[in-house]
Design a protein around this ligand. Structure first.
Ligand code: NAI
Length: 348
């Protein structure tokens, strides 16, 4: 099997394997594109079934960052890192510092931040050895955890999507299934609850669903059942590839919008959603709030109200996407891909 082409049809500029014997670090840093600027994207800490699975994740996630940063009109390219969680218990600070030294060695062509499994405290460890890191705790004068900004953007996208799909001027009374109650999913659930939505939730961590049941009067269902719930909206906020040929036929939601990266298992799954009359708002469009926050922090002079205003512009892009897709009679996912690739190529 060839490694080249593993990450999809658009090639990557550079992929770096990193090991550090002392801390046990095993990581992959994938730079998909620096066409718009240095590659910017978070670092995932995760248990992978194999090195190949980790490589595929890094390649897919970094390509997604190119599309996300282009779509959000950020002057950065796409990159992503994964740290492979192994059997050996890592000393986190040493491991993230070793990772930070690898980022430093790339001399600014890759800038890192949080992703699943990596905390603001971890990013502070990285920042101690390289300036090419964002999502540093606010106490240190930075922008802090980007997840609330991601949730803000997803919420704004859901509001605009609901206006198009249901003609709903407000979300009150709509039923929303939130898949994954982590940093983003929980913050999104809080916003949806405040807006008067009825929540159905699932997470592999029972403590999180129990907390959501208490805090939002949410209905708790099994992780395998969440996608097929009788709801208006599905918000995937766990891991990727949850929208596939098995889950899509069972969906009852008419709008899908959530934070998880790479929700579509394949491009054809975007077509399948369209054929079923389900509006799918592409992940890289709606979940850009976190990277917007990290980019503005990295550039210096983080101003919360400016960041919020920029994140809320995600809703305008959702609006434009509906118009584009209608004009070209394409699925939303195809129209978004074409738009993002045009931006990546400097066309629009
Ligand atoms: P997190 O690690 O805080 O939360 C993920 C949650 O999903 C956890 O509560 C976990 O227990 C749960 N989970 C895992 N597998 C599950 C399953 N099969 N079914 C239901 N729940 C499951 O991660 P975070 O930061 O909330 O990110 C969520 C997703 O959004 C990820 O795909 C991430 O890449 C993406 N994302 C996050 C951003 C951020 O600012 N944190 C920015 C852009 C994308």
């Amino acid at each position: 099997m060839s490694l080249f082409g593993l990450g999809g049809t658009t090639p990557h500029e550079r992929v770096t394997l990193v090991t550090d014997e002392k801390s046990g670090l095993r990581a992959i840093i994938a730079i998909h594109s620096t066409a718009r600027g240095p590659a910017f994207g978070g670092c995932r800490y995760w248990s992978y079934g194999s090195d190949l699975a980790a490589m595929e994740d890094a390649l897919r996630l970094s390509r997604g960052m190119s599309l996300k940063n282009a779509m959000a009109d950020l002057p950065f390219g796409g990159g992503k890192a994964v740290i492979m969680r192994g059997d050996r218990q890592h000393e986190r600070k040493a491991m993230y510092q070793a990772f930070g030294r690898a980022v430093q060695a790339l001399a600014g062509s890759y800038i890192t931040g949080e992703d699943v499994g990596t905390s603001v405290a971890d990013m502070l460890s990285v920042r101690e050895v390289t300036p090419y890191a964002a999502g540093i705790p606010r106490a240190n004068g930075f922008g802090g955890n980007p997840s609330p900004k991601t949730a803000l953007g997803v919420f704004a996208a859901i509001e605009r999507g609901a206006l198009h799909v249901f003609g709903a001027r407000q979300l009150k009374g709509l039923r929303v299934a939130v898949q994954g109650l982590g940093a983003v999913g929980w913050a999104l659930a809080e916003r949806l609850d405040r807006a008067g939505c009825k929540l159905v939730v699932a997470d592999i961590e029972a403590t999180r669903t129990a907390a959501a049941s208490r805090a939002f009067d949410a209905t708790v269902v099994a992780v395998d059942d969440i996608a097929a719930q009788d709801v208006d909206i599905l918000a995937p906020c766990a891991l990727g590839a949850t929208l596939d040929r098995h889950s899509i036929p069972a969906l009852r939601a008419r709008l899908v919008a959530g934070a998880a990266n790479n929700q579509l298992a394949t491009d054809a799954d975007g077509d399948a959603l369209h054929q079923r009359g389900i509006a799918y708002l592409p992940d890289y469009l709606v979940n850009a709030g976190g990277i917007i926050s990290c980019v503005r922090e990295y550039e210096g002079g983080f101003a919360e109200s400016d960041v919020d205003a920029e994140v809320l512009r995600i809703a305008d892009r959702v609006e434009s996407l509906f118009v584009r897709a209608r004009d070209t009679a394409e699925p939303l996912s195809r129209a978004a891909d074409r738009w993002a690739l045009e931006k990546l190529a400097g066309v629009s």
